[in-house]
Design a protein around this ligand. Structure first.
Ligand SMILES: Cc1cc2nc3c(=O)[nH]c(=O)nc-3n(C[C@H](O)[C@H](O)[C@H](O)COP(=O)(O)O)c2cc1C
Length: 180
C-alpha cells in the first residue's frame, strides 16, 4: 500500500448526510467494526466496546441524536455504532488519575477514526454524531449514569449520486510545523 492510496481513502471519506434505501447487511457492519477494533490504545488497554444498533432499536436510538431538528438524515442510516467507554486496565486507570481521563478519551477518538475509515474502505458512508441527548442514549443502551459514550457513528450506503465534496481544511502552514 502506498501513502497515495491512504490519501485517496482519507479524501473520499466524508461525513455522509444522505443515505440510500439499501440497508447495509449486518455482516458488513460487523466486519467494519472488527477491522476498526485493530486500532491502537494506550498500553493496549482497549477501553472500549462498539455497540452496533440496527432495525427498530436504531430508529429509536436515532431520535436521541436529533434534538432541535438536527441530524434528520440519520433516520435513513442502516446502523448507529455507539463507541462506548469501558474500564481499560490498571495502568490506564492509574495514568488517568494524573491525566484526567485523557487516555480513554483519546483511545475512543482513535477508534472512531479507524471506524469511519474502515467503513469507507468497505464502500459504506459514515457520519460521526456529537449532537445528542446523553441521558436518552444511555437509557436506550441500558447503560448506567457514569457510562461514557463519546461518539455515535451512523453508517449507510451513500445515496446514488451523492457527491464527494472538496475537503475544506486549514492551510498546511497553520497546521503543520517541522522543528529541527
Ligand atoms: C466529534 C464529532 C462530532 C460531530 N458531530 C456531527 C453532528 O452531530 N452532525 C453532523 O452532521 N456532523 C457531525 N460531525 C461531522 C463534522 O461536521 C465533519 O467531520 C467536518 O465538518 C469535516 O467534514 P468531513 O467529515 O466531510 O470531512 C462531527 C464530527 C466529529 C469529529
Amino acid at each position: 500500500m502506498q501513502l497515495s492510496d491512504l490519501e485517496q481513502l482519507y479524501t473520499k471519506r466524508q461525513s455522509c448526510r444522505e443515505f440510500s434505501d439499501t440497508v447495509v447487511p449486518e455482516e458488513v457492519i460487523g466486519e467494519i467494526c472488527r477491522v476498526a477494533l485493530l486500532a491502537p490504545s494506550a498500553m493496549n488497554a482497549q477501553p472500549w466496546k462498539l455497540v452496533a444498533v440496527m432495525g427498530e432499536k436504531k430508529d429509536e436510538l436515532v431520535k436521541a441524536l436529533q434534538r432541535l431538528g438536527m441530524n434528520k438524515f440519520a433516520s435513513k442510516a442502516s446502523a448507529a455504532v455507539c463507541v462506548v467507554a469501558s474500564k481499560g486496565n490498571f495502568f490506564t486507570q492509574v495514568g488517568s488519575v494524573f491525566k484526567e481521563n485523557e487516555f480513554v478519551r483519546n483511545d475512543l477518538g482513535i477508534l472512531t477514526a479507524h471506524l469511519v475509515l474502515a467503513a469507507e474502505a468497505a464502500g459504506v458512508g459514515s457520519c460521526i454524531l456529537g449532537w445528542r441527548d446523553e441521558e436518552k442514549l444511555r437509557n436506550l443502551l441500558g447503560l448506567g449514569k457514569e457510562a461514557v459514550v463519546p461518539e455515535v457513528v451512523v453508517l449507510g450506503y451513500p445515496a446514488e449520486g451523492y457527491p464527494v465534496r472538496e475537503k475544506k481544511r486549514k492551510p498546511l502552514k497553520d497546521t503543520y510545523q517541522l522543528v529541527k
